[in-house]
Ligand binder design. Sequence first.
Ligand SMILES: NC(=O)c1ccc[n+]([C@@H]2O[C@H](COP(=O)([O-])OP(=O)(O)OC[C@H]3O[C@@H](n4cnc5c(N)ncnc54)[C@H](OP(=O)(O)O)[C@@H]3O)[C@@H](O)[C@H]2O)c1
Length: 305
Amino acid sequence: MPIPRIRLGGPAGPDCSTLVYGTWRLLNDAIPTPEALCARLQHCADLGITTIDTAEIYGKYLVEEALGAALARDPSLKRRLQLVTKAGIYVPNAFHPERKVAFYDARGARLIKSAEKSLRFLGVETLDLFLVHRPDWLTAAEETAEGLARLLQDGKIRAAGVSNYSVHQFETLQHFLGGRLATNQVEFSLLHMDPITDGTADQAQRTGAPLMAWSPLGGGRLLRDDDGAGRRVRETVDGMRDAHPGLTVEQAAYAWLRMHPSRPLVILGTNRLERIAHAAEGAEVTLSREEWYALWTAAQGRRLP
Ligand SMILES: NC(=O)c1ccc[n+]([C@@H]2O[C@H](COP(=O)([O-])OP(=O)(O)OC[C@H]3O[C@@H](n4cnc5c(N)ncnc54)[C@H](OP(=O)(O)O)[C@@H]3O)[C@@H](O)[C@H]2O)c1
């Protein structure tokens, strides 16, 4: 079954795959060669996972450059893929020895500078989706909105959004941006259900801007033996295999997210090709209402209120 798609940010925004390949951990283990990374991106695109999530800060500011080198090996990928990046977190690093502490900066001029750097590193003329990575408590929403509006107007980004924003922060920025925020990328999984109860997912339904769910496996915790909630979820998935032959824990976890009415796009974090393919194979899994609530109950370790 093809991976379902969704357009973000209105008619001019990118048509994204609802399974997204995330690159936070890209350089964690063995650093892939540009050729190997190009092959991985081609593999994702062939599977229908055409949306790639990255950020200026990933890999100590090196992931975007690595992606750019991979994309240069096969320029057709630039047409096939939708590139999502984020900016606004600045930490001390080798390129900036003058920085003594980590800070957030979502002032318009800073966002524009970061977006232009991302364009250069990725080797593209437009970013499909550009997100403010974290709310910056020191910048007025109006000023952030001015920067995003300028990037949209200049065609440097096709859509704008945020990440890790509270409901009120989203609403305030949305007000100054004329309702154009395309998404809020938040932590959302069986092990982190806050978006369901803190208003984030309701806001996504109300505004029509779908969430993007990061760490859908709790950063891998869902699969670890020492995690109680993970163990209960795995036992529950074991009991679902009569109805879903071959169902794996991660496929169930992605399906659980997808079925929420806030329509979250699920961002995969694995570096392994076979796990990416496996996630794509699970795109057709649909849980029953009872199964969805059984997973909620298992993850929470308590009965429904
Ligand atoms: N906006 C934000 O603030 C923010 C924050 C965090 C992440 N993100 C985005 O979300 C993406 C996903 O986050 P995440 O990496 O924490 O996702 P995740 O899917 O929750 O965790 C991925 C980790 O789980 C491990 N894992 C173990 N068993 C696995 C299995 N069967 N299938 C898949 N993975 C398995 C992976 O290891 P292997 O590589 O060995 O498979 C990897 O280390 C990131 O890449 C990034 O793009 C955004």
